[in-house]
Design a protein around this ligand. Structure first.
Ligand code: SF4
Ligand code: SF4
Length: 441
């Protein structure tokens, strides 16, 4: 596997080099070079912003194909609660779960069950008081990656617990193994994902060595077959759902926080708002809060790029469905937080935005970049292929761009060459002027 796996990729043939995406990328991971976008792999956090803003659909995410479930004898679907908001007039979650079984899965295990367990574990982490407050949710992998590359001082605030998807996968595999007697290697667990960041998180997880999930299938890929299967059920559904208001509520922004039964929280969605909150936090301006829930997608997971429904509509539908559910159906046993719910490694700063590994060298390069940036027009127009004049200056220092990539600098140079030529022209005798007698030739 590549050193960096990314679900978000570029279709070069479709890219027109319009530069729309470069300014919106939260980690300045995109440049336009030779008329095409280039993603700097080490910087990309798979937030999907570039997929949303590209007018030519040149950015796309690659989930696993539905056929990948066939590699396993026993196939389990892990539907994200977001899936329930994609269907009009749905009044029973079991219709969706039974539909999933009809399209090829042997069993379904709701991610909302894992969410209820993680909500309880989070309450315990908060009461232990070992993580500096405000504790930041680790549920959105794009946000965790953003903190890792842009907000090193906040790494210690990130909740070191597995995501509901991982927790549900562990529970589902264990349950299937006990019920079927099959070895774990024959049991495939597939997340029905609303977003690209989760696809990346399964292939290259943070905080744990390996994911317990075997693949991620996009909601949009499974949707047509699932709707067809659901329409044929004619009310004959199996009783499969086993989660409550707390777990299903995680689909929208604020759901995870509400499950903590603590009012000192803030929930923000959309990558630009997330960055504003993290900047405030870095400046120690939100110290009165206990918990911060951040989702890179607008509206939370219901706004993921693989969803098919408007996030506001999906959220309203999920609110309606929740009304008929119990508060919670899944609980932790005992007093302690089970070790299998915890991260096995700490979140570490990834200095991919630094100009050198060595601090002294990085400082020197920063000073150099500052000087170059001051000589640039400061318009941040993007015509050079970098998101800002400052970013171009850094690229120049790193040897990845030239000053002449700036069209204003290029124009200045052309103007100066033209001026010099005009000046030189003044010294060259005009061909129409005939030499006078006595002039040397
Ligand atoms: S938005 Fe980015 S990926 Fe899309 S066409 Fe423009 S430069 Fe290419
Ligand atoms: S997915 Fe996000 S971080 Fe990656 S290139 Fe696109 S906008 Fe940038």
């Amino acid at each position: 596997m590549d050193r960096f796996f990314h679900s978000v990729t570029l279709d070069k043939d479709k890219c027109k080099g319009c530069t729309n995406c470069i300014k919106r990328c939260p980690t300045e991971a995109i440049r336009v070079r030779g008329g095409k976008a280039v993603i700097m792999s080490e910087r990309c956090i798979d937030c999907s912003v570039c997929i949303r803003v590209c007018p030519y659909h040149a950015k796309k995410a690659r989930p696993d194909p539905i056929e990948s479930i066939e590699k396993f004898k026993y196939k389990i679907a892990l539907p994200a609660p977001t899936l329930y908001g994609q269907f009009n007039n749905l009044d029973d979650i079991d219709t969706v779960l039974t539909g999933l079984k009809k399209i090829g899965f042997d069993h379904v295990f709701e991610v909302s069950r894992g969410a209820e367990i993680i909500s309880e574990a989070t309450r315990r982490v908060m009461s232990e008081g070992k993580i500096p407050k405000p504790v930041i949710s680790s549920a959105c992998p794009a946000v965790v990656r953003l903190i890792r590359v842009r907000f090193p001082d906040l790494c210690e605030n990130v909740l070191p617990l597995k995501a509901p998807m991982e927790t549900a996968a562990i529970m589902a595999k264990r349950e299937a193994h006990e019920q079927t007697g099959l070895p774990l290697s024959d049991i495939g667990v597939f997340f029905i994902t609303p977003c690209a960041a989760k696809v990346t998180d399964i292939k290259m997880p943070i905080g744990i060595e390996h994911s317990a999930v075997d693949g991620a299938i996009a909601i949009s890929d499974i949707y047509p077959a699932l709707v067809g299967a659901m329409n044929k059920l004619d009310g004959h559904t199996e009783s499969l759902s086993h989660s409550g208001i707390i777990g299903v509520g995680w689909a929208g922004i604020g759901g995870e926080s509400a499950a903590l039964l603590n009012e000192q929280y803030l929930a923000a969605d959309g990558i630009e708002n997330v960055i504003k909150v993290l900047e405030e936090l870095e400046d120690e301006r939100l110290s009165e809060l206990d918990f911060i829930e951040l989702n890179a997608c607008p509206g939370g997971c219901v706004g993921g790029v693989f969803t098919v429904e408007n996030p506001y509509v999906a959220r309203a539908r999920i609110q309606k469905l929740r009304k008929y559910l119990p508060v919670s159906c899944n609980h932790l046993s005992g007093e302690a937080i089970p070790p299998q719910l915890k991260w096995t490694s700490e979140l570490e700063f990834a200095p991919v935005l630094n100009l050198a590994d060595n601090v002294v060298e990085a400082m020197e390069r920063m000073t150099q970049a500052q000087g170059i940036a001051e000589s640039l027009p400061g318009l941040d127009c993007g015509s050079c292929g970098a998101p800002s004049c400052r970013a171009l200056a850094e690229d120049i220092v790193l040897g990845q761009a030239k000053e002449s990539d700036c069209i204003f600098k290029m124009r200045e140079r052309i103007q100066s060459i033209a001026n010099q030529l005009t000046e030189i022209e003044g010294y060259v005798p005009h061909p129409s002027i005939s030499p006078k007698e006595g002039d040397s030739q």
